[in-house]
Design a protein around this ligand. Structure first.
Ligand code: MSP
Length: 658
């Protein structure tokens, strides 16, 4: 027997930096719907999702919770898997970039690219915000300062914090070398990037102006994959993240049978802001590795809110758990796939959500099922007779619509047009509802036209059987209930033939009709969703409020080691107008280096020499602009004026406060 055709689909791997919103769920539900559709069509399908666990942000999150990065990402990965379970996401593998197999494979990939000269050591120049601990390119800055000649000399990060120019050693990937081959590839594969408009964007905005070499390592980040031949460097973001699509299949390991079977991917689903990485960097990496390119990258749009992007701090984020708990999973999955045409942006409003559930699900679909099952029970004692060949004009038209619906649905699903595919299904639902009005079964019953009535009931049941099958990749729970109410068995493949008359019926309905989607009270539910969104907004607290909020125990206090240190030297940090670098004596015969952002309060820092100050000495060391800071100097702040906590000479160096 010939091998089954394979289908490999992926989602981006999410940064585990917080709770996932319905925006993140959007890609994953889309990928899951596609995977289910392909499986149902008989494809041997592999569906990959996962998370992107390395980097400074994650390190900071872990630090804020007082735990190790590994412990933090373990917790987050578990919470994501829990969410995917709640959303019925049928992934075949959840990759984590801290998986040892992934780490080893990325190291191999890096060394190979280095050895063959695609990666070289250079110097990274970029804009760095100490407060955000993040690098920005000039174009990402919210504000730039220029000198008289128009040279950029500083600026502000999107957070509003000042940035400064930093230079540090970094490895670079020679992107430009592959630019022509890439454009050629686009030309030969017109459906490589979808929607097509995104291809033009890539060529005009990034490739034509000249591809810059990509900085692929950092020396100022610890939580990452070390470069084996130069472990001061960790692999920075994209080589680590993008490789997941092949390392998950065992590329670079002893067992690469999955890789041989499924690569190249049929489609990578990604949000529009990361299309660039997937359609430029990723294909170039693969070319350099001598591997085939994915068949397609689909850049979908964003789920937005009326006031722009969803964010926890704005109080406009919608979390999937809340929707699922109150309205059921299928309401969420249906809404996401129906409301926003895949590829475009869309706006979530509680009003639209409630309307969709009420109109499409409770009215159109729910009522059709309810009326049909009720009539079958009432008029025919639950019996659905076999499908008959000779139909009247209305029956013929219903059959025709069903046939067209299936063809249109498949065409749209194959193109990842989920919304249009559902549109087609709802045409059939409307047609079936109209069929009830046209045939008026209650009159047929009254007039004793048993044969006609029976034909109408079978046609309705058959339409609903098809609808259940068609929506099942997107809605995972209701089709099973629909089958049950129609006297069918979801696990019986014979009953799932996708063709009008594909199942012979002669079935007895035993279930009582129960609404699959209760009608929602518009204003009550809109209010409910809005309240939940507000509830999720974190209250802004100042640091001192946070400190005052609750009592701490003496054990909490004992965790903080505060010692007296004497300043041996102090100098400004190059490239920063905030930081001073101190060397201090804590009485243990070793110099300790601490950085502090107080430069502007001590224009003549030499006045601090020999002074005795207080410092927290058991904080985890961290790097600032490439320099390690081994503690924190204590200072006081009032009305924006900051002063170091200086103590008198009678305190011995190293003496501990308590
Ligand atoms: N870690 C990278 C991806 C690496 S893939 C090799 C990343 N992570 S992310 O968590 O920031 O974003 C993951 C995906 O979620 C992106 O595709 C992004 O577009 C998507 N979304 C996040 N919020 C979204 C909406 N509000 N709407 C739709 N998609 C959104 O980028």
């Amino acid at each position: 027997m010939a091998d089954k055709k394979t289908f490999y689909i992926t989602t981006p791997i999410y940064y585990p930096s917080g709770k996932l919103t319905i925006g993140n769920a959007y890609t994953t539900v889309a990928a899951d719907s596609m995977a289910r559709y392909k499986r149902a069509q008989g494809y041997d399908t592999f569906f990959l999702t996962g998370d992107d666990e390395h980097g400074l942000k994650i390190e900071q999150k872990a630090e804020a919770q007082g735990i190790k990065p590994q412990e933090y990402v373990d917790k987050m990965a578990d919470s994501y898997k829990k969410l995917w379970k709640m959303l019925d996401i049928s992934y075949d593998k959840f990759i984590r970039t801290s998986d040892p197999e992934h780490v080893a494979a990325v190291q191999k990939i890096f060394e190979k690219l280095l050895k063959q000269g695609d990666i070289y050591l250079g110097e990274y120049t970029g804009w760095y915000s100490v407060e955000d601990e993040e690098y920005f390119t000039e174009s990402q800055l919210a504000e730039v300062y220029k000198d008289d000649d128009g040279n950029v000399i500083g600026g502000k990060a999107p957070s509003g914090h000042e940035v400064r120019l930093v230079k540090e050693p970094s490895y670079f990937f020679k992107m430009s070398k592959y630019a022509d081959r890439l454009v050629e590839y686009y030309k030969e594969h017109p459906d490589f990037i979808l929607p097509h408009s995104r291809e033009k964007e890539m060529i005009n905005n990034f490739i034509k102006p000249g591809l810059e070499d990509l900085s692929v390592t950092r020396t100022t980040v610890d939580w990452g994959i070390p470069v084996p031949s130069d472990p001061k460097h960790v692999v920075y973001v994209w080589i680590d993240a993008l490789s997941n699509y092949i390392t998950a299949l065992g590329y670079g390991s002893d067992d690469d049978s999955l890789f041989k079977k499924y690569w190249p991917a049929d489609v990578h689903l990604v949000g529009k802001e990361i299309v660039r990485f997937h359609t430029i960097y990723w294909p170039i990496m693969l070319m350099a590795l001598g591997l085939p390119l994915p068949k397609q990258i689909f850049g979908h749009g964003w789920v937005l809110m009326k006031d722009g992007k969803m964010s926890k701090s704005k109080g406009n984020a919608v979390y999937p758990e809340m929707i699922v708990e109150r309205y059921g999973l299928d309401a969420l999955r249906y809404y996401l796939m129906r409301e926003i045409p895949f590829g475009s942006d869309g706006i979530f409003t509680p009003e639209d959500f409630v309307e969709r559930v009420n109109f499409d699900l409770a009215n159109d679909l729910g009522n059709l099922l309810n009326r049909t099952v009720s009539m079958i029970n009432q008029y025919q004692d639950g019996m659905v007779a076999p499908v008959v060949k000779d139909q009247d004009e209305f029956g013929e038209d219903l059959m025709k619509t069903a046939k067209e619906t299936i063809a249109e649905y498949e065409k749209q699903m194959d193109a990842l047009h989920f919304s249009q595919a559902l549109d087609a299904v709802w045409k059939l639902i409307s047609r079936a509802n109209k069929y009830i009005d046209e045939t008026t079964p209650w009159t047929l019953n009254k007039e004793g036209k048993k044969e006609e009535l029976s034909r109408v009931m079978t046609n309705l049941a058959e339409s609903l059987r098809l609808v259940a099958i068609l929506i099942s990749p997107i809605m995972t729970q209701n089709p099973v209930q629909m089958f049950k109410q129609l006297g069918l068995d979801w696990n019986n493949a014979d009953q799932k033939k996708l063709e009008f008359g594909g199942f012979g019926w002669n079935v007895k309905v035993t279930e009582k009709p129960t609404p699959i989607f209760p009608r929602l009270k518009n204003d009550v539910e809109v209010k409910y969703i809005k309240e939940q969104m507000k509830k999720a907004k974190p209250k802004k607290q100042t640091r001192s409020e946070q400190k005052q909020e609750k009592h701490i125990t003496i054990d909490d206090f004992d965790k903080v080691k505060i010692q007296v240190g004497q300043i041996l030297s102090v100098e400004p940090v190059k490239g920063s107008n905030k930081l001073l670098m101190f060397k201090l004596d804590f009485g243990d015969g070793q110099e300790r280096q601490i950085l502090s952002g107080i430069r502007k309060f001590y224009p003549d820092a030499s006045e601090l020499l020999d002074k005795k100050v207080l410092a927290v000495t058991n904080l985890k060391p961290r790097k600032m602009l490439g320099h390690e800071s081994q503690g924190m100097l204590l200072s006081s702040e009032k009305n924006g004026e900051v002063k170091l906590a200086i103590v008198s000479d009678e305190h011995a160096n190293g003496a501990q406060l308590g």
